[in-house]
Design a protein around this ligand. Structure first.
Ligand code: PLP
Length: 287
């Protein structure tokens, strides 16, 4: 069970008491949305970016408009709940906000909403410190498909994450830590739970968002800060061959922040770029 559980009304609930019905469409069909936020140093990182993405995701996924004020209240209550049980401001929490299409047999009930907080998983400290070994994994996605087939929910943080979880299991079965999805056209997309940022000749490069990758809040904040400090940033098509030749490759996300890819498809990356991506990500996340 989660450590902290917050209702849609912003009440702290007993995490041991189930709150989701067996006919919830989030459970039955994976029909819903989620956001995962980091609680660090006593505050929640990137709240506005996460809530804005959830609003945009709801529009694409056909959920009723998201009530941002309620979500904001849930996030505040969840963070306070975490700080009171964690007992230490420095203990990092992983805050999830979940919104589903609601119940199959009670159409008037409206969306199901709740928030949970758990300790940040142990793998996160290891990935931040030691980096990750990754493999590229193929997908059937091709550039432009997200626009032609919006029902595929590319770029939406939907609850249908089974394929992403299966990709991580596939990576682990190959003896590595993480994966990077590649499109049918050989372009880099994203990790199962991270955005890809490559350092190429002093420029930070990330795949185009309109190629159907999730618009990462961490990557967005990183690029905003980097650009403001005079570092060149580019959101463009990035081929798998370019990735192999990059100075460094990073997987960035809200909870892990930044993990350097130390090996890709069995080839080690030496690292040592002039840009300290990890420090930039921490600063841009306010962490
Ligand atoms: N891409 C995918 C598929 C993800 O699941 C995530 C985060 O979980 C990201 C990118 C990174 O997004 P963010 O930086 O907002 O956590």
């Amino acid at each position: 069970m989660p450590t902290v559980l917050v209702s849609a009304e912003g009440h702290l609930l007993d995490p041991a008491v189930p709150i989701v019905h067996a006919d919830d469409l989030g459970l039955v069909h994976g029909d819903g949305l989620f956001e995962t936020l980091l609680i660090r140093g006593g505050r929640v990182c990137g709240v506005d970016r996460h809530l804005a993405r959830m609003v945009a995701s709801a529009a694409v996924a056909g959920l009723p408009p998201i009530d941002v004020a309620s979500l904001g209240r849930m996030v505040d209550v969840a963070a306070r709940g975490w700080l009171s049980v964690a007992g230490d401001m420095e203990r990092e929490g992983m805050l999830r906000v979940i919104v589903t299409q609601g119940r199959e047999h009670d159409v008037h009930a409206g969306p199901t909403m709740f928030a949970t907080v758990d300790p940040v998983p142990d793998r996160v400290a290891v990935a931040r410190r030691d980096g990750v070994r990754a493999v590229t994994l193929p997908t059937a996605y091709e550039p432009g498909l997200a626009q032609r087939a919006p029902w595929l929910l590319r770029g939406v943080k939907s609850l249908s994450y089974a394929a992403n979880m299966a990709a991580l299991r596939q990576a682990r079965s190959l003896g590595v830590d993480d994966a990077i999805f590649v499109s049918a056209a050989g372009t880099v997309l994203e990790g199962p739970r991270s955005s890809v940022v490559a350092v190429l000749g002093g420029t930070l490069v990330t795949p185009r968002r309109d190629d159907g990758v999730l618009p990462g809040t961490t990557q967005d904040a990183l690029f905003e800060l980097a650009a403001s400090e005079g570092i060149t940033v580019a959101e463009r098509e990035l081929t798998a061959e370019e990735l192999v030749r990059a100075d460094e490759v990073w997987l960035v996300s809200s909870v892990t922040l930044a993990a350097r890819v130390i090996e890709l498809d069995g080839r080690p990356f030496p690292g040592g770029s002039v840009i300290d991506v990890s420090a930039l990500v921490r600063r841009s996340a306010g962490a």
